[in-house]
Structures are given as C-alpha cells and as structure tokens.
Write a protein that binds this ligand. Sequence first.
Ligand code: ADP
Length: 293
Amino acid sequence: MVITKECEFLHTCEMCEKNNETDCKFDHNEHKRWLVNKRMEDIKHKVIVGSNKGGVGKSTVTTNLACALAQKGFKVGLADADLHGPNVPKLMNAEKVRLKEEDSGIRPFETSGGIKLASLGFLIEDPGMHIAWRDAVKYDFIIELLGNINWGKLDYLLVDLPPGTGNEQITIIDFIGNVDGAIIVTTPQDLALLDARKMISFARDSNVPIIGLIENMSSLTCPHCDKQIDVFKKGGGEKLAKELTLPFLGAIPLDADITVQSDKGEPVVLSRPDSASAKGFLTLAENCHKFLN
Ligand code: ADP
C-alpha cells in the first residue's frame, strides 16, 4: 500500500495501529520507508563512509570530517551505524549521553560544535557489552537511526558504516534511497587495500557515486629526527585510486596525537588544528564539498 497522505504519528506510528483513521495502519514497512524518506528530504547531502575492513580509522575519519565540515559553517549530522562497534560517542566525548524522545522524533545529541549525533552507543549501559542481534533487529535499528531520529535540516548527514559489504550496508543504502556519495577509507598495506577494493566494487554495484579514497595511517613522522617511517607502507591508497580512476582525497599520517586525542574524545581537527593530520581532514572536507557541489 502506498502512503498518500502524511502520518501525523511519525515515529510513534506503532501506536496508531489501533487508530482506524490513519492511512498507514495496514503497512508498517511502507510507513517506515515513508518516515525515512521524510527525514532524508531535509538533508542536502547524504554521505556514507566505509572501509569494509575494521580498524583502519573509519570512525576517526568520519568524526573529524564532521568537525571539519561544521567548522566551515555547514549543518552536520553523524549517524553511527557501526552496530558492533558504536565508537562515535567515545570519539566525541559523549559516552554518557542518553537521547530524549519528543513528539517530532528522537532528538539527536548536539555537540558544542553543533554536530548532531546518534549512535547505538547512547542506548547501551555497559560500553563493553557485545551486540549479538539477528538481521531483523539490526534492520529495525537502522530504520530507527535514519527515520526515528529527528535530524532536521542538514547540509550533510555522514553515515559511519559498519565494516563489511552485506546486509547492514545494503539496508542503509536502500533506505537512504539516493546516497550522494561514498568515502572509502583505507590504510596503505596490501591487505587493507584489498578490502578497500571490495568496498569500491560494492559502492559501484550499488550505484553510489564514490567521492574518493582516503589513505589513513600513512607515514609516521619521527618526533625525534623528523624522518618519515612507513609503518604500514605508503602510497597504496593513491595508487589504487589511480588504477580505479577515482579521486584520491589525501593522506592522513599515522599520528600518536590522533590516538591520544581520540581516546580523550577530542577530534584532532578541534584539539590540534595546526597539525598535519587536522589539515589532512580539512582538505578531505574541501574535496568532499567540491565533489558534491
Ligand atoms: P574503524 O572505525 O575503522 O574501526 P577507528 O576509527 O575506531 O577505526 O580507529 C581505530 C583506532 O586507530 C583508534 O584507536 C584510533 O584512535 C586510531 N587511529 C585512527 N586513525 C589514526 C591515525 N591516523 N593515527 C593514529 N591512530 C589512528
């Protein structure tokens, strides 16, 4: 059944099942899709950040990109869709946050920099507790993240994808409907590049335009002698981008400051704005904005 008129119950529609006057009482799936569409209509650019491989710094890149875009004056939202490792609250010093439900939806947490955040991490009492959900539960959570959260009007919604190219990623892309772009994060070594290749192939297959590839944990600058140390090798990201005719969005160094500041919940873009890493994230934000505009 196609919903032709607005449902005034929005995210509380489950309750309107008993209400014979509403259009959507017969088809909850359609209602969910309608609600997500309604939220997405208010967002100019929907961007997914993926890597296929875990641990390459996808969440770090997403949070710093969000800060860099917000600094440029854009209204930014960050949806942490990494169900098994919802680390955005920790990276943004928002671990104790709990979200409030209002008539118009669940209100996302707003950082001091004005970034709207939603994460499964806000619902879990013990951050060390694992998540073992069947696909149907994950599906419902993804719809809640996109549709029940009242994102409001945004220039950018960044979606931090879970690692992989499966059910969760397909559901997210399907429900957003028209993803404006994907940023692929890799580290320079062959193993990570192989996973990045799969993510690129997945994005292409899903008809998501690829904004480009970013190489994280590139060269480390020795703090004693300033020499470059290629811990995970270097340049693989740029080479892969060239081979697959994709924009290369830059390289973020392997930087102990990122690790330390991230553990404190302070993205380097804000806490070390003059560092090479922060500059790398600002360049990423510029490249991203150029691509989408
Ligand atoms: P993912 O989302 O891909 O699993 P995270 O963003 O959670 O990865 O990062 C994993 C770890 O690596 C975190 O402890 C983070 O602080 C650290 N990290 C990420 N990028 C860098 C970097 N460029 N230099 C140093 N540490 C980094």
